[in-house]
Design a protein around this ligand. Structure first.
Ligand code: SF4
Length: 282
């Protein structure tokens, strides 16, 4: 896996960002040549290219980098992580579609089903409207769009509403993903406001998944330890981080029969909440 931040700047300032935005926004953007060198080193048979940030679409050489990546690796899978705001400008979405990238997916973070909830998290006025419009434009131009809800105390009670909203507004989305976040950066700094126990999140997630299933939406659960999920949701669970060192098993995992398939638990979560929620499944 090769994940590359194109810039550390962002037009949101999410209270749950896994980076400390006040610090990373001061870091200079990686040099274009370093990005190209990293792209050249990718093994197309075993690797993929993840483009993130900050907000990668703010990088002025955004299109140049994508073109270079595709030219260097014609078949490699490219995943772009974005807040989607820039795609509210139709011309930007259109320009991207003209690259005819193929084997390319866009992951867009959506935090709420209305302005109030979404912008309480992004801390940017107007971001909800732009993200919603951006997702619609991306779908209209034929992109594979993965909508990601990063779960926190500020939005977990709204998960069924968010699912209903997305199913109605974005019928062409490729999939919908619930993400249990790690507590680093802003998320750690703001833990008193954003931390929520996974066991509290699960019943709301279950209701939200039911709504998505009724609407035939492909749904995934990222970073949910298996023992905390009802059996019918376990096949949707997946771990996606490349930072395996940030995940852990706890004492009860030693004899767990689900251990092999379990995405494990964020270390940063165990540090704040402990391991009492997790249980041996014999
Ligand atoms: S007990 Fe541990 S290994 Fe088993 S499902 Fe829970 S977190 Fe995963």
């Amino acid at each position: 896996m090769t994940d590359y931040p194109l810039t550390f700047k962002c037009n949101n300032n999410c209270i749950t960002c896994i980076s400390k935005t006040s610090e990373i926004s001061k870091i200079s953007d990686p040099r274009i040549q370093d990005i190209k060198n990293a792209i050249e080193k990718i093994n197309p048979r075993t690797d993929y290219l993840g483009l993130g940030g900050g907000e990668p679409t703010l990088r002025k050489e955004f299109f140049e980098i994508l073109k270079y990546a595709r030219k260097t690796n014609p078949n490699i899978y490219i995943f772009l992580t974005t807040n989607g705001r820039i795609f509210s400008y139709k011309e930007f979405a259109k320009k991207l579609s003209k690259l005819s990238l193929k084997n390319f997916r866009v992951g867009v973070a959506l935090y709420g089903h209305n302005e109030k909830i979404h912008e309480r998290i992004t801390r940017c006025r107007g971001s909800f409207g732009q993200t919603v419009k951006g997702i619609k434009n991306l779908i209209e131009f034929g992109f594979h769009v993965e909508i990601r809800v990063i779960i926190s105390r500020l939005n977990y009670k709204s998960l069924p509403h968010i699912a209903k909203f997305a199913a109605e507004k974005f019928p062409g989305m490729e999939r919908f993903v619930f993400v249990n976040m790690k507590y680093t950066g802003n998320a750690l700094k703001n833990r008193k406001k954003v931390l929520v126990k996974i066991s509290k999140v699960v019943p709301l997630t279950e209701r939200a998944v039911k709504i998505l299933k009724e609407n035939n939406v492909n749904t995934k659960l990222y970073h949910f330890p298996l023992c905390i999920l009802p059996e019918n949701l376990r096949n949707m669970a997946k771990g996606v981080t490349k930072e395996a060192g940030e995940l852990t098993f706890v004492k009860v995992c030693e004899k767990c029969r689900l251990r092999e398939d379990c995405p494990r638990i964020w270390k940063s979560y165990v540090k704040l909440v402990g391991d009492k929620e997790f249980g041996f499944v014999g």
